[in-house]
Design a protein around this ligand. Structure first.
Ligand code: BG6
Length: 461
């Protein structure tokens, strides 16, 4: 039988999750990270006062979860290692319980024919390292590289796809510009330093990996196409600057090994270039990634500024654009994010045309929905909206593949409902629902649908 949407042989079907959002923090001698700390000092900032202590208890339930992954056709799964679990405090002694846990998870995945994709950093800086400035401090870059080496040594014999960071721009935005991650600063100068050091850390980890290990290493970026309101030059300029700040600030150094000239000029003009060290340029140039994970949830729509920014206010990316609410846009009203399926295609075409058609995959895409119990029928959540969401994106992804884009897979965010940072369990994203009182997992309708898609390596519509 020929399907309308048949994907290339060996396509990666699966999902992604992160350590802090699933494992549960208060077990296995884990050190504290910034989330444990922030929740301790400001629990009121988390939806319904729910913190990272138990989350979805993957630490104890990984066997059941991996068997559920297998049941719904996963051939790959992206997890992250918690730095503070593997090396409490971030530097020094390795935690033997963490080694056993991650070995067990990796082995269990492989025993179920699910390839582990492992990410080293998903927003979760060890607290002690944040206390010395986190990514503001170049010494933390070296600590990260040591941690990466430990992880490669321990797990690299079985893990052949590594990622240095997940969405490295998010801690920059959350922690240093818009107050949704600890340390809750609003300071563009620091933000830019943090972003720069993250990329230096990534390139250093890539260097170590390429020198001594034999798989692929990449980075996961949330690419958010910047669509201008109109073709008016002022709108075009606003969207171009947005693209520089929010996409190309990481995409260009990761894939091309250099920052865009016009981003450098703009920062220089405003006295905001980061501190660099001799040798950085060559480091970036010589240590680009092999594989790019693309997280795509929503587009960014922008227009020229309505009012000029106050020149005495602190420098912010928002000096150069206003967000634009396009009339008639399709929304996910729960998360407040626009749904624009074609964005996934535009990203892939951009990678093909401007980034050497680097090998890539969709490493996150998904739909967070509040109060999903409303859709319970005979004990199961009938999430047809999620099936439509995935289908809509897969169609455009398929089209990009037909046009020669080098896309190898699709991972949903996420496997089971998990703890979403400040939003805790407000918006549910999983193929499996999680009952927080009993920790019971139940497959949603989308899980069954996805199993079939994976089995057929495509779908009809
Ligand atoms: C991505 C992150 O940005 O989006 C995940 O990699 C996150 O960690 C996911 O949970 C969904 O966003 P949110 O804010 O609804 O949790």
């Amino acid at each position: 039988m020929t399907l309308n949407y048949q994907f290339p042989k060996g396509f990666w079907w699966g999902s992604a999750a992160s350590a802090t959002q699933t494992e549960g923090s208060n077990q296995g001698d884990k050190g504290k990270n910034i989330w444990d700390h922030w929740f301790e000092i400001e629990p009121n900032r988390f939806f319904e006062g729910v913190g990272p202590d138990l989350t979805s208890d993957f630490y104890n339930r990984y066997k059941e979860d991996i068997s559920n992954m297998k049941a719904i056709g996963h051939n790959s799964f992206r997890m992250s290692i918690s730095w503070a679990r593997l090396i409490p405090g971030g530097i020094g002694e390795v935690n033997p319980k963490a080694v056993t846990f991650y070995n067990n998870v990796i082995d269990e995945l492989i025993a179920n024919d699910i390839e582990p994709f492992v990410n080293l950093f998903h927003f979760d800086m060890p607290l002690e390292l944040q206390e010395v400035g986190g990514w503001e401090n170049r010494a933390v870059v070296n600590a990260y590289v040591d941690y990466a080496k430990v992880a490669f040594d321990l797990f690299g014999d079985r893990v052949k796809k590594w990622f240095t960071f997940n969405e490295p721009i998010v801690p920059v935005e959350g922690g240093y510009l818009y107050d949704f991650h600890y340390p809750n600063l609003v300071d563009a100068k620091k933000a830019i330093q943090v972003a720069y050091h993250t990329m230096i850390a990534s390139a250093k980890a890539v260097k170590v990996y390429h020198a001594q290990y034999d798989g692929k290493i990449g980075i996961v970026l949330n690419l958010t196409p910047s669509y201008p309101r109109s073709q008016n030059p002022a709108d075009l300029k606003a969207s171009h600057i947005c693209d520089l700040f929010f996409n190309r600030s990481f995409l260009d150094p990761a894939v091309k090994g250099e920052y865009p000239e016009d981003l450098i000029e703009l920062l220089e003009e405003h006295g905001h270039l980061p501190k660099t060290e001799a040798g950085d340029q060559a480091l970036l140039k010589e240590n680009t990634i092999d594989l790019l994970g693309v997280n795509y949830y929503q587009p960014r729509r922008v227009k020229a500024k309505e009012n000029l920014p106050n020149p005495y206010s602190p420098f912010m990316p928002d000096w150069f654009f206003d967000n634009y609410e396009m009339p008639g846009r399709k929304m996910n009203p729960y998360r407040g994010w626009e749904i624009y399926e074609k964005g996934i295609y535009d990203i892939m075409i951009n990678l093909k045309e401007n980034y050497g058609n680097i090998e890539s995959f969709i490493s996150e895409n998904g739909m967070g929905v509040q109060n999903e119990e409303r859709f319970l029928k005979n004990g199961r959540i009938e999430d047809d909206y999620r099936i439509d969401f995935i289908k809509g994106h897969l169609k455009w992804l398929h089209k990009s593949i037909e046009q020669g884009c080098n896309v190898k897979g699709y991972h949903l965010w996420t496997f089971m409902d998990n703890w979403s940072w400040m939003n805790a369990y407000k918006n549910r994203y999983g193929f499996f629902s999680v009952n927080l009182k009993t920790q019971e997992r139940t497959a949603k309708k989308s899980a069954q649908w996805f199993a079939e898609v994976s089995r057929q390596n495509g779908f009809n519509d």
